[in-house]
Design a protein around this ligand. Structure first.
Ligand code: ADE
Length: 237
């Protein structure tokens, strides 16, 4: 899969996706991530990419021409990638959206700045607006990083030994608690069942923990979750 990020600040991304897990996945060719500097596409001789809003009001608006030409530069052979505008007005991102986007061949993430982008860009090239939460950032870059990271790790081979079926949010529950060595740390011991080697009991214990933590930490998720008869029994035990 390919992710193209259109931004005024391409350097912000190198630190995050240059090395780390995603950087290694890029180096292995598991996915392609490119950063396109919108400013390098402006036709303004002073390099301007924004202008005052029509109808007055504060702030500046990103002009349509540089964004459109930056977008055109990532559409090879007349293809139409799926274009997402990072915006606090979008629908709130979640794990389901991350796995849906990971199925796409080519997505483009457009990062806005200032008071946003000229509305005609949304009409002409944007398929969907995504927010990473109900708060306002200074620009779409941090949001695009979060979306890119969550989508990239859904691609097969990106996360080593990943078990995307049991991790938090994959099926509407939070993940069970994890422990590693030593068996005792600051007087706190690893639950005995995990040392027992009894796979079926461990599986049951983990399921129960998953249910209990979701109930305690995310009652909103727990309320929506359809408990099986076995889940109900586990919770009663
Ligand atoms: N740009 C500014 N705030 C944002 C948010 N909450 N989500 C996505 N993009 C944004």
């Amino acid at each position: 899969m390919k992710i193209d990020i259109l931004t005024l600040f391409p350097n912000m991304f190198e630190a995050v996706f240059g090395d780390s897990i995603i950087g290694r996945a890029r180096a292995k060719g598991l996915l392609e991530i490119n950063f396109t500097d919108i400013r390098s596409y402006t036709l303004d001789k002073h390099g301007k990419v924004d202008d005052y809003p029509y109808g007055a009001g504060g702030g500046m608006v990103m002009a349509p021409q540089p964004i459109f030409d930056a977008y055109k530069s990532v559409c090879k052979n007349g293809e139409k990638p799926y274009v997402i505008y990072m915006s606090p007005q979008g629908s709130v991102f979640n794990q389901k959206k991350a796995s849906d986007l990971a199925q796409k061949e080519h997505i483009v993430l457009l990062c806005g700045h200032y008071e946003g982008v000229d509305e005609r860009i949304l009409e002409e090239i944007v398929d969907e607006e995504i927010s990473i939460g109900d708060y306002v950032l200074t620009g779409g870059e941090i949001a695009a990083m979060a979306v890119t990271d969550a989508v990239a790790r859904m691609i097969s081979g990106v996360v080593q030994n990943g078990n995307s079926l049991t991790e938090s949010h994959s099926d509407g529950l939070l993940e069970y608690p994890q422990y590693t060595r030593p068996p005792e740390f600051h007087g706190r011991t690893v639950p005995e069942i995990l040392l027992s080697g009894h796979d079926a009991n461990i599986k049951k214990w983990r399921r129960k923990q998953s249910l209990l933590r979701t109930k305690a930490k995310r009652p909103d998720m727990f309320e929506k979750y359809q408990l099986t008869e076995e889940d109900k029994k586990l919770l009663e035990d």
